[in-house]
Design a protein around this ligand. Sequence first.
Ligand code: SAM
Length: 438
Amino acid sequence: AAAAAVQTFWQWLSDQDVVSAKTPAKPGLVPQGLGLVAQRDISRNEVVLEIPKKLWINPDVVAASEIGNACSGLKPWVSVALFLIREKFKEDSTWRPYLDVLPESTNSTIFWSEEELAELQGTQLLSTTLGVKSYLQREFLKVEEEILVPHKQLFTSPVTLDDFSWAFGILRSRSFSRLRGQNLVLIPLADLVNHSPDITIEDGVYEIKGAGLFSRDLIFSLRSPISLKAGEQVLIQYNLNMSNAELAVDYGFIEAKSDRNMYTLTLQISESDPFFGDKLDIAETNGLGEIADFDIVLGNPLPPTLLPYLRLVALGGTDVFLLESIFRNTIWGHLELPVSPANEELICRVVRDACKSALSGYHTTIEEDEKLKRKELNPRLEIAVGIRAEEKKVLQQIDEIFKQRQSELDELEYYQERRLKDLGLVGEQGEIIFWESK
Ligand code: SAM
């Protein structure tokens, strides 16, 4: 059935002169579902496809369609989602051959069952996924009220939350990274290209350009980032900057590379802090806020603003003089280094407690996950096991860093000593210098 749909799709593209026997790549069945397969040897940077604008699906296409008026003012993705759903319902849609090659779902965590999601217990990926699902629910309720109910006659069957989530999943997994948000566009055929972790070049692989000297049309052109032999699959790097959790939500796969593994520490200046106002002012002056997220990457050093922010949040007791306005221009510099033993000890304890509490929320150990990883797992379980193992490793890494710090508290140099040194009152060996009084 898939093969027949691909055949019809190709014929549809040929009929519109988008492809021909000379097109270097053709859709085919591959391990990742459908993909693009080289029809002949392809050299590095060679153009493999050119898709003219008449085939793209973007908010302009929606605006010019029968639902254009109803959808004006919607977010780009919501309007394209409604368009896709409506065309999918229409037996005689002009987009039929394209719609028939789109997958019913992917392994994105937004499509997982309760039981599958249970494998993500304790993970940040689970909260992200639930967050996305509740966003979808809210957007759907709005769309129902504002579009679907008042314009019932535009849709041949009732649109459900499942239809809406399907369209969202299609758009997240098939739009190219620079063509999202306001530039959202679906490019049939080009959207069959799969991702390879081995390709580390992301730039210059696709571009939108003029169709030619005598044409005002635009085309989307896709190049192969590596040379290929006939029969090999055309693959690209989707996005070098996405974490595994982001890949899991958008595409339904993760990579084995450790720097894709991230844990986000969220810190906050408490509103009940007696120095809330001063601390917030200092944080904002330095590009942070009342709440600050710090992405910690496995195997990488801590983000440089984490320690100063932690010290600021924890500042209290005899250190609060640093919050006075005369220090406002220099305070951040002071916070970049240890402030006092009490302050440094507190930040270590707070972070370690947070790590331990997060670690206790998972239902498996790293060892159990590693053992599972060696088995043949279904793709969703493989994602769950990978994510929960790596999140725990990041948490352990953070805990380890602060455990180390905690053991070095006596050896660190604090604000008061630095100050004495600056004033020339302490020698290089730390001895206090006294003046001989005459
Ligand atoms: N394979 C898709 C299809 O059958 O329609 C075409 C590519 S589409 C842009 C992106 C989707 O392809 C992803 O959401 C995922 O389902 C699949 N995919 C792409 N690269 C993959 C990879 N390296 N491993 C697993 N799945 C992949």
